[in-house]
Design a protein around this ligand. Structure first.
Ligand SMILES: NC(=O)c1ccc[n+]([C@@H]2O[C@H](COP(=O)([O-])OP(=O)(O)OC[C@H]3O[C@@H](n4cnc5c(N)ncnc54)[C@H](OP(=O)(O)O)[C@@H]3O)[C@@H](O)[C@H]2O)c1
Length: 263
């Protein structure tokens, strides 16, 4: 299937590693020009080089901390200076700190709100004018299955990510008339550094080995395995494409069947 993504311009945030990097790769394979970002410049530049060498598309790495409003503003100014437009925005960020209610302090809440909610608001605000002008746009917000089924020990994710879904749905209503489609994609349990770190944190807390914890998590997944980042990226590339022209306002899990609810 030709996704019609050649020569589109995409900004994929938090994309030096893990899910964001997989999304950047999958768009690049379709010929999409890219801006990628994250905090660690060396890792980010290595990812940009790898994608360029592997696909030949233009990839611009911009080092920013997405929890800082002025750095998001700089990222957007640079991106719009480079390309004059953004056709596809994929919002992603580092995961919020794990913990239950009593483990979290005021500063943890404020940081997670900046990183996981306000960065999405700021990025959307910056890309919408050029999308409106071109009467074409795709915004895909990466969230988590925590928006449908709270995850043990991830209080910040369970509380703040549903705000991203409210934003996604509301924006989809407001922007449909400009042919700007806005959707959310929710990873379940997909093997990345973040997942390894969460397993290690839980192992220290409970005394169980990371292998035991992994086996217990897999027992909850009907497909019987942890997902691969590329499997999530395939969904994002489809939603970004011309082929997804009648899909907006949805929240789509990519979770191997893990969510038990009906909706
Ligand atoms: N993997 C899963 O199964 C899963 C499931 C549900 C939700 N999620 C969520 O999906 C997101 C991505 O997770 P992942 O598994 O891909 O994690 P990962 O492998 O740890 O990758 C995180 C990426 O985000 C960047 N990043 C982190 N904090 C940042 C910041 N403040 N500003 C800019 N970039 C930042 C990292 O680079 P730097 O550290 O250099 O900045 C890295 O490129 C997270 O929010 C996570 O909670 C993941």
């Amino acid at each position: 299937m030709d996704l019609g993504l050649k020569d589109r311009v995409a900004l994929v945030t938090a994309s030096s590693k893990g899910l964001g990097r997989a999304v950047a790769w999958s768009l690049a394979r379709e010929g999409t020009k890219l801006v990628i970002c994250s905090r660690n410049k060396d890792i980010l530049e290595k990812t940009a080089d790898d994608i360029f060498l592997g696909t030949g598309v233009s990839v611009f790495p911009l080092a920013v901390d997405l929890s800082e409003a002025d750095q998001v503003e700089w990222l957007m100014d640079e991106t719009l200076d480079l390309f004059g437009r953004v056709d596809i925005l994929v919002t992603n960020a580092g995961g919020p700190k794990p913990g239950n209610f009593t483990d979290l302090e005021e500063a943890d809440w404020m940081h997670a709100i900046q990183l996981n909610l306000m960065s999405v608001v700021r990025l959307c605000r910056a890309v919408i004018p050029s999308m409106k002008k071109n009467n074409w746009g795709r915004i895909i917000n990466l969230a988590s299955v925590s928006v449908k089924q709270p995850i043990d020990n991830l209080f910040l994710s369970n509380t703040i990510r549903p705000g991203v879904i409210g934003l996604t749905k509301s924006l989809s209503q407001e922007l449909a008339r400009y042919n700007i489609l806005v959707n959310a994609v929710c990873p379940g349990y997909i093997l990345t550094d973040r997942v390894e770190q969460l397993l290690e944190a839980k192992s220290k807390q409970t005394g169980q080995s990371t292998e035991e914890l992994k086996t217990a998590r897999i027992a909850d997944i009907p497909l019987g395995r942890i997902g691969d980042p590329g499997e999530l990226a395939n969904m994002v590339a489809f939603l970004a494409s011309d082929r997804a022209s009648y899909i907006t306002g949805t929240t789509i899990p990519v979770d191997g069947g893990m969510i038990k609810g009906l909706m």
